[in-house]
Design a protein around this ligand. Structure first.
Ligand code: FNR
Length: 364
């Protein structure tokens, strides 16, 4: 099968999944403790976020998806226009199709052409040569490089990779050779605390946990198999909320993606320690069903509503959300117990900081 055909399949199967999804995921097991006097005035709220020396005007981004075929080149054009119109950062899909067939360069190059001044991320896998990682960055004048980890996708993929031992040393080689920050990301199965802790030693600057709860690539690849005999890998991995809880004390810069459905999920992920929050499948659905204007409208509404939520929660910046009290319920709570994560501390953290004094106006 050609790589262009595979890219079109991914879009089609991801959209089928969007329609079949129950709509529930583990973000539903995270709630804010409501403090009725915590609110501030809307003009005090900023959405700006800074992490690993990177500054974005909003803590939201369009995460990696596509490129490599005529159809997906059109999608990249529209995503780039939406990013330009809303000021969001944007990632390319895997650029391996370009390494194999340079004639599809335009389907990726359009990300930069349509968005000359935006923050654009290149995307490769952990087997990319150093030269190819550099070519990917050069083609779209990328501001950062994403390297994706996807063992639970490769395993059921008929033509998938079966050798994973070289990934960590190759990430280290790439990170040492490129002159933009390297972001290691999953593709919907989540990064564990142990994985995140390994990244600084490899020269990686940021981890995008990209957990379970939205697009499920094990399911997509299983759907491309003749006998669909890997169905037991569906829903593999940790949810995005679980990953953030797991990695919250690592001190490493975190991004969150995977199953982000609403501005409240964005606020939840920020409160769990993400510096910014990404969406792929959900934004793609809006684009394919309503066109680029619908996506611009959705992103603008999310930014407006995130500002409203920060106002209600008393968070002047996205980082201030990490001082809000959070309750963890259901299976996510069991995950915390088993992984040694203190949910009582999360539920009471505002009283142990200046936040309570600010909330009550006390100057003590
Ligand atoms: C993806 N994703 C992805 N990730 C990556 O690093 N390289 C890639 O080429 C792709 N390709 C891709 C295609 C399509 C159609 C989708 C929907 C997604 C994974 C993506 O970046 C993200 O990690 C997951 O999709 C989880 O986020 P959502 O979709 O639940 O918001």
């Amino acid at each position: 099968m050609s790589s262009a055909q595979r890219k079109d399949d991914h879009v089609r199967l991801a959209m089928e999944q969007q329609h079949a999804h129950s709509g529930r995921n583990q973000f539903d097991e995270v709630s804010f403790v409501h403090h009725a006097l915590a609110g501030i005035d809307r003009p005090e709220v900023s959405l700006a976020t800074v992490f690993a020396g990177i500054s974005w005007q909003a803590p939201l981004y369009i995460n990696a998806m596509t490129g490599g075929s005529v159809k997906t080149g059109g999608i990249n054009r529209d995503l780039a226009i939406a990013a330009r119109e809303t000021g969001l950062a944007l990632a390319s899909g895997s650029m391996h199709a370009y390494f194999k067939d340079p004639s599809c360069a335009d389907t990726f190059g359009v990300l930069r052409e349509e968005n000359p001044d935006g923050f654009v991320m290149a995307n490769v896998n952990a087997t990319a040569s150093v030269d190819n990682a550099r070519r990917a960055i050069d083609l779209i004048r990328a501001n950062a490089l994403q390297i994706h980890l996807n063992t639970a996708q490769e395993t059921p993929m008929p033509e998938g990779d079966r050798s994973f031992a070289s990934w960590a040393p190759q990430i280290e080689r790439i990170a040492a050779a490129v002159d933009v920050p390297v972001i290691v990301k999953e593709v919907g199965n989540g990064l564990s605390r142990q994985t995140v802790l390994a990244l600084p030693g490899l020269g990686v600057a940021v981890a995008d946990v990209s957990g379970r709860g939205g697009t499920d690539f094990a399911r997509i690849e299983n759907g491309r198999r003749e006998r669909a005999d890997y169905a037991y890998l569906h829903d593999w991995g940790q949810s995005t909320a679980a990953c953030l809880l797991d990695a919250q004390d690592t001190g490493f810069p975190l991004l969150a993606s995977g199953g982000v459905r609403t501005p409240l999920d964005v606020a939840r992920a920020l409160a769990l320690g993400a510096a910014a929050v990404g969406s792929s499948g959900g934004f793609l659905r809006t684009l394919l069903e309503g066109g680029v204007q619908a996506l611009v409208t959705q992103i603008s509404a999310w930014l407006d509503q995130l500002t409203a939520l920060q106002t209600m929660l008393g968070a002047r910046t996205p980082a201030d959300l990490t001082r809000c009290d959070l309750l963890i319920h259901g299976p996510l709570r069991s995950f915390c117990t088993d992984r040694g994560i203190d949910t009582r501390r999360l539920a009471q953290r505002s009283s142990s900081t200046d936040a309570l004094h600010e909330m009550t106006g006390s100057t003590r």
